[in-house]
Design a protein around this ligand. Structure first.
Ligand code: FAD
Ligand code: NAD
Length: 466
């Protein structure tokens, strides 16, 4: 039997490492068990960070190729894929090392190996060399994250048929890529490979893209991506895949019924969602039962077993790094006897394409379904001075406010760097702000953020800027 801890966290992703750091800050004796060779989980190793590194680099290549000439800059850019992949790996290494440093700084221990619950207050860790150690702890936090959902009949081999992890390391650039799933991963990584030269076709089961986002934004976004060269086949299901040495033949058919067709691709990206990861976790030793989708339910991060907590992708709510991080802090604060809380009504979502898409709060579809009376304010980037001088013409900001109280209920935007702008509406909502609060806040000129203010002014019909 090894040391006794206040809290042992299983999983070292944004949920796990932030929990360990917060525990250290609050003076709890904390350890995080991680089986990967590096800290940071899906997000830092094979998710948020490497995908944003590839999105940034490929966006710059496309900008240099298509936009510099009109600014009076003559260049002939050439793709150096090995270097682009290398800079991505360097960002990952820098950030995963940074997490290790933060853990040490906050006196949290990284126990390397596979963690499993071995009974109430007991965590067993199997190291790479096969040795097993049993640890005692007052609290266990499950933060084991998620993994790509499989698609029956389309088996991932990370060569011809890849999931997001394989799609972050392709070489050479495929001539033709078929993406299954028009969600966030499909559209972000599909954009990367289109910019690098692939012909990209997206097959989606539903009759729309990015389910969960506001419908008007999704339609406008699909139109822009189509103009950029991405092809879409909506309301279509994939029924099978055959892999050969040279590529993949996919069989697809309309969801509503109809004759099957085949699609040829060099590479197929399966991006049909993610599912909670609980393999070998020993949930049965304490009697925790995940739901039908594998999700571990929680009540303020408490599982059904006293002293066992759960946060991040493996539990309910959106599978986002910042949601996992907020839950980590709140969960540890509750363990420490403080008042931890997460406001699930104000968790922003972002798609880091060009233009970007960002949202927070309710969509128009949700408000209609709930029978809430609301007002809409809208402002296009074509009328924003900063966007105009930067030749950024795509997109708009839309704000939804309660028709009676003017309280902001949701904000949805597509446009340049809206990932950096959504926070303003998130803060306004967190403070219970009204659209008039944003409309009467002075914003610097010329900035893209003026579009936020103008959208709020639009709620009462006094939008001004041209
Ligand atoms: P994870 O990050 O999945 O971490 C769980 C960790 O637990 C893993 O490292 C795993 O090895 C470890 N583990 C599991 N079981 C055990 C065990 N038994 N013993 C020891 N260790 C174990 N979100 C955003 O907010 N913004 C983005 O831009 C974004 N981009 C993404 C891009 C891609 C391609 C992908 C795939 C995801 C992206 N996400 C993004 C989602 C984000 O990565 C997740 O929401 C986030 O990582 C969830 O954090 P987590 O701590 O719950 O789990
Ligand atoms: P997703 O849920 O965003 O999209 C999956 C898409 O696949 C949906 O449109 C769905 O209708 C479609 N689909 C499902 N089954 C299908 C089938 N059989 N055939 C065709 N289409 C099918 O999931 P994702 O894009 O895989 O991303 C997984 C998670 O990772 C998301 O929850 C997201 O929050 C997170 N993520 C976030 C970011 C970000 O914040 N920028 C980036 C990447 C991933």
């Amino acid at each position: 039997m090894a040391d006794q801890y206040d809290v042992i966290i299983i999983g070292g992703g944004p949920g796990g490492y932030n929990a360990a750091i917060r525990a250290g800050q609050l003076g709890l004796k904390a350890a995080v068990v991680e089986k990967r060779a590096t800290m940071g989980g899906t997000c830092l190793n094979v998710g948020c960070i490497p995908s944003k590194a590839m999105l940034n680099a490929s966006e710059k290549l496309e900008e240099a190729a298509t936009e510099f000439a009109s600014l009076g800059i003559k260049v002939t850019p050439e793709l150096d894929l090995p270097q682009m992949l290398k800079q991505k790996e360097e960002s990952v290494t820098a950030l995963t090392k940074g997490v290790e440093f933060l853990l040490k700084k906050n006196k949290a221990v990284w126990i390397k190996g596979w963690g499993s619950i071995a009974g109430p207050g007991k965590v067993s860790v199997k190291a790479e060399d096969g040795t097993e150690t049993l640890y005692e702890t007052k609290n266990i936090v499950i933060a084991t994250g998620s993994e790509p959902s499989p698609l029956p009949g389309v088996v991932v081999d990370q060569q011809r048929i890849v999931d997001s992890t394989g799609a972050l390391a392709l070489s050479p650039v495929p001539k033709k890529m078929v993406v299954i799933g028009a969600g966030i991963i499909g559209l972000e990584l599909g954009s990367v490979w289109r910019r690098l030269g692939a012909e990209v076709e997206v097959v989606e089961f539903l009759d729309r893209t990015i389910p969960g986002a506001d419908g008007e934004i999704a339609t406008a976004f699909q139109r822009v991506l189509t103009r950029q060269g991405v092809k879409f086949r909506l309301s279509t299901k994939v029924t099978g895949a055959k892999t050969s040495k040279t590529g993949v033949t996919l069989t697809v058919e309309p969801v509503a019924g109809g004759p099957p067709e085949t699609l040829e691709a060099d590479v197929v990206l399966v991006a049909v969602g993610r599912r909670p990861y609980t393999e070998g976790l020993g949930l049965e030793t304490v009697g925790i039962v995940p739901d039908k989708r594998g999700v571990i339910p929680n009540d303020h991060f408490k599982t059904t077993v006293p002293g066992v907590w759960v946060i991040g992708d493996v539990t309910t709510g959106p599978m986002l790094a910042h949601k996992a991080e907020d839950e980590a802090v709140a969960c540890i604060e509750l363990i420490a006897g403080k008042a931890g809380h997460v406001n699930y009504g104000v968790i922003p979502g972002v798609i880091y394409t060009h233009p970007e898409v960002a949202w927070v709060g309710k969509t128009e579809e949700e408000l209609k379904a709930e029978g809430v009376a609301y007002k809409v304010g809208k402002f296009p980037f074509t009328a924003n001075a900063r966007a105009k001088v930067n030749h950024e013409k795509d997109g708009f900001v839309k704000v939804l406010a309660d028709a009676t109280t003017d309280r902001i209920l949701g904000a949805h935007m597509m446009g340049p760097q809206v990932s950096e702008m959504i926070g303003e509406y998130a803060v306004a909502m967190e403070f219970g702000g009204a659209s008039e609060d944003v409309a009467r806040t002075c914003h610097a000129h010329p900035t893209r953020s003026e579009a936020l203010r103008q959208s709020a002014m639009g709620v009462e019909g006094w939008t001004m800027q041209a």
